[in-house]
Design a protein around this ligand. Structure first.
Ligand code: 6PG
Length: 242
């Protein structure tokens, strides 16, 4: 694993740096494999990043969009990660419809919908049961409780090691989420974290020892590249890599 930890002066520079890393990853992936696969994070932090991506001239037909997690709501619900990404980016540029792979949330059965997404990933990445897909980039945020995707503290989702996709649990509210091994098989994982409220969780995630079940972002140790991109408000006390 190649780990980079960067603290940017403010959120604007954090988003700019995140954009530049993603554009470089897109260029490399398309040069090497003529395709780029990206799993999106939800929440509020990445919205300006998605808006900047919408302003790029890219080979959209070669880019496939997935999600790292999704709230278990309809795609037109205000809480939907899919809705946010479509409004900020995906519906603003000419992606072929089949290149957008949302997590299903309409079955009224989170476990069945998680299995359906797992089957879709196995099909798209041509992996057999027991194998894990290799996303080019998995984009992640981190909550102030150190959760990432919908891998919340002290939940069963944290220990799922066989499935690609599982049901997350945010205080009883179901989520669909990629599992730890699926995220860790990515070529590149990028955390984009902003805000002073994230400092205490970051201190635990970066501590030499702490409880991984309490601070789930500690579980993200990909075999490929790992970027921790922080703004000064979040990362003031975090040591950066040279
Ligand atoms: C979600 C996200 C989640 C998010 C963190 C940070 O579905 O909410 O995927 O993991 O990244 O909660 O959210 P903010 O960016 O809003 O702080």
């Amino acid at each position: 694993m190649k780990k980079s930890v960067e603290v940017l002066a403010d959120k604007e520079k954090l988003i700019e740096r995140s954009l530049n890393i993603i554009l470089a990853q897109i260029k490399t992936a398309i040069a090497q494999r003529d395709q780029f696969t990206l799993a999106l994070s939800g929440g509020s932090t990445p919205k300006p990043l998605y808006e900047k991506l919408a302003a790029q001239e890219l080979p959209w037909e070669k880019i496939h969009i997935f999600w790292g997690d999704e709230r278990y709501v309809a795609p037109d619900h205000a809480e939907s990660n899919q809705l946010m990404a479509r409004q900020a980016w995906l519906d603003q540029v000419p992606f072929p419809a089949e290149n957008i792979h949302p997590m299903p949330t309409a079955g009224n059965d989170p476990a069945a919908d998680a299995q359906q997404y797992e089957a879709e990933l196995q099909q798209f990445f041509q992996v057999k049961p027991g194998e894990f897909p290799q996303f080019d980039v998995v984009l992640l945020g981190m909550g102030d409780d150190a959760h990432t995707a919908s891998l919340f503290p002290n939940t069963a989702a944290l220990t799922e090691r066989d499935h690609l996709v599982t049901v997350g649990d945010k205080s009883g509210e179901p989520r669909i989420t990629l599992t730890v091994p699926t995220i860790n098989h990515a070529r590149c994982v990028m955390f984009v974290v902003a805000g002073e409220n994230k400092r205490p969780a970051l201190a635990q995630v970066f501590a030499d020892t702490a409880d991984d079940r309490m601070y789930p972002s500690r579980l993200i140790q990909p075999q490929g590249e790992l970027y921790w991109l922080l703004d000064q408000a979040a990362g003031a006390e975090i040591a950066t890599t040279s």
